[in-house]
Write a protein that binds this ligand. Structure first.
Ligand SMILES: C[S@@+](CC[C@H](N)C(=O)[O-])C[C@H]1O[C@@H](n2cnc3c(N)ncnc32)[C@H](O)[C@@H]1O
Length: 274
């Protein structure tokens, strides 16, 4: 990086910095919301008391661990078990109504699964409400751009704070108390397959009955939302359920193919094109 680029918020400056991250690391944040990225990058700069991308780039090249800290900062991991609990209530009813069609098991996908809280919540829901013969053919695929998060999800140890939506009975049924927190029991773990997948750059998983993509779209600009939604739409079977985050909405182009099963729930069923 030759020129001096101020890190004060400016579309053009951040764009140049994001191009560099793409070229050097293959991280494609170029079409994420700039205002949110800029705030996060500025936080890294203030940790070093500097104010230009140029100085920050010097730090990145001399200390590769800073790249990891930056990546962590850019990929927000806030989550918890049974986040927005009412959504899981709606899914429970929806699963009951799908019963005749899911005899061969379900394929669910949590896209942007952070440390696994959402995927394991779904595994608990399935364990509680699917018949054993359906459960044994059911799989939850949980993916995230961040491989370190995926490793942590596989390790599956959680602090009490992220479990606050669970009753003690459910917690004791599915977790083992460890010194450092609560660990998921093997029976539940076996339902979930974790893997790294960047939904911006990689193709989607196929033939999905239930797809969680919550609190990820909100970080994308409109055009990227549309591109990623094409993949989501491809992944989901007809009649399948899509779950978005509470502050996310379907891109207009897809509204006619999806019906929200309860108003403002952000749980949608994919329907035949009207
Ligand atoms: C705020 S968390 C959401 C976690 C969970 N879905 C929830 O709603 O509680 C957003 C997650 O999306 C992941 N993410 C960001 N960009 C991504 C991408 N291009 N592909 C896949 N995951 C991505 C982040 O690493 C982070 O774990």
């Amino acid at each position: 990086m030759q020129e001096h680029i101020s890190a004060n918020y400016n579309e053009n400056n951040i764009h140049k910095f994001l191009e560099i991250l793409y070229k050097e690391k293959g991280w494609d944040f170029r079409n994420y919301r700039k205002s949110s990225l800029s705030r996060r990058i500025l936080r890294r700069l203030s940790a070093y008391n500097i104010s230009s991308y140029e100085d920050y780039y010097r730090i990145l090249t001399s200390d590769p661990a800073e790249y990891e800290r930056l990546f962590l900062s850019l990929t927000v991991k806030v989550s918890e078990f049974f986040r927005d609990p009412e959504v899981f209530g709606i899914l429970k009813d929806a699963i009951a109504s799908m019963a005749p069609d899911i005899r061969d098991g379900l394929r669910a996908w949590c896209c942007g699964c952070a440390y696994g809280e959402e995927a394991y919540s779904l595994a608990i829901l399935f364990s509680e409400c699917l018949k054993p013969e359906v459960l044994k053919n059911t799989k939850i695929f949980a993916t995230d751009i961040d491989n370190k998060a995926i490793e942590a999800a596989r390790n599956s140890i959680y602090i009490e704070d992220v479990l606050h939506n669970l009753s003690c009975a459910i917690r004791d049924k599915y977790f083992i108390k460890k010194e450092r927190g609560y660990k998921i029991k093997y029976s539940l773990k076996d339902l979930v397959r974790f893997g790294q997948l960047d939904i911006v750059r990689n193709p989607p998983l196929p033939r999905i009955d239930m797809l969680f993509c919550r609190n990820l779209f909100m970080y994308f600009e409109k055009e990227l939302q549309k591109n990623v939604f094409e993949k989501i739409n491809f992944a989901l079977k007809l009649g399948g359920l899509l779950v978005l985050g509470k502050s996310e909405v379907l891109p207009v182009q897809f509204m006619s193919n999806y019906r929200e099963i309860k108003k403002s729930s952000r749980v949608y069923r994919k329907e035949l094109c009207k």
